[in-house]
Design a protein around this ligand. Sequence first.
Ligand code: ADP
Ligand code: MG
Length: 416
Amino acid sequence: MKVLVIGGGGREHALVWKLKQSELVDKVYCAPGNAGTSQIAENVNVSEKDIRGLIDFAKNNEVGLTVVGPELPLVMGIVDEFEKEGLKIFGPNKECAKFEGSKALTKKFLEKYKIPTAKYKQVEDYEEGLLNLEDFGFPVVIKADGLAQGKGVIICENIDMAKNALKEIMVDKVFGESGDVVVIEEFLTGEEASVLCFVDGNNIYPMESARDYKPAFDNDEGLNTGGMGNYSPNRLFDEKLNNKVRQKILNPIMEGFKSEGLDYKGVLFIGLMIENGEPKVLEFNVRFGDPETQSIMLRLDSDLANIMLNTADGMLAEEDIRWTKRHSACVVMVSGGYPESYEKGKEIFGLNDVDSNVIVFHAGTKTEDGKIVTDGGRVLGVCAVGDSLEEARETVYENIKKISFEGAYYRNDIAR
Ligand SMILES: Nc1ncnc2c1ncn2[C@@H]1O[C@H](COP(=O)(O)OP(=O)(O)O)[C@@H](O)[C@H]1O
Ligand SMILES: [Mg+2]
């Protein structure tokens, strides 16, 4: 079978890498891909937004399974369009993808099915927002309803910040129509964790846990980024917490999907805040996380193509998903200045000098005149598996030193 992976980041490189190992897969295409995917798959120059172009490619090349990495094509309804044409695709349909496309919709769903989450109020304009601020203390969290590339959530320490956030989102429309509706939310404290699940329309199966690091600098200082590193399994998750997540969150989500008549198939990424062992849902994403996918795929023993086909067919079984007990760690190398402005086009050295047990997933890279150069903020995810977390981490940090490019930066405290 031929597989098409849509997207071009570290997440997609990890998915391509894992799909390549499947006995069911002869060839993998990646649209648009990066320099890393081009080494193990064939990159295809079609944008993730060009749904018609992707359908034509899948048809002309007899693609048996398409896997969607990023949220935008899912929210645009790529799954419905592919299925209309009789093409098999892994991901939620447009109706289900609304959980990422609208934070207000997710809050309404969580409330209706009594799933623990922060207290909130949905508002439709600036004046209504101002009136409702009074019901919340500080800090208060102001969220643009729609997609905002990870920038639509503002934590406001005082009334002036909150007014300003409401004005920027609802009057100045800095996120366009994504700010037509705003969710005002109670500020939660605790430790964040994400639970990624396979959902096949009937059942929900959590993947192994991971721990993400969002802030740019050591000790969680600096601005939030897309993710500076990650490890799996997450130390926070013991049997007690796993059971609680299953009972209070996963089971009611599945019941909710069924009673709403939602045929959710694909990955559901649940963002959690955990305080004193009690998990509360922050948000849903409707696809794999980046870089969680990199460290999780390193621990998946089973055939990913088989899991995805069974998910799309609504017949995924617990036995289809097996994990290694070993630990994985991933440290992201970024361009100097990220997440603010940074330069691109810097040649990357040392990619072939790492030990054979180290896997380097590419994110923002491309090939130029036969050289691999930087092409984004997050450039590489340097990953390894070990019998202990320490072993995985030490392998990564021993090897990351061998890779270099002008302005390269990474955190030194991932998985410590
Ligand atoms: N109610 C809340 N209390 C405290 N922090 C929050 C709350 N909601 C969101 N955050 C913080 O903001 C980040 C982004 O919010 P999230 O809802 O995940 O939106 P997105 O990922 O789409 O930007 C979270 O990872 C968390 O750090
Ligand atoms: Mg989030």
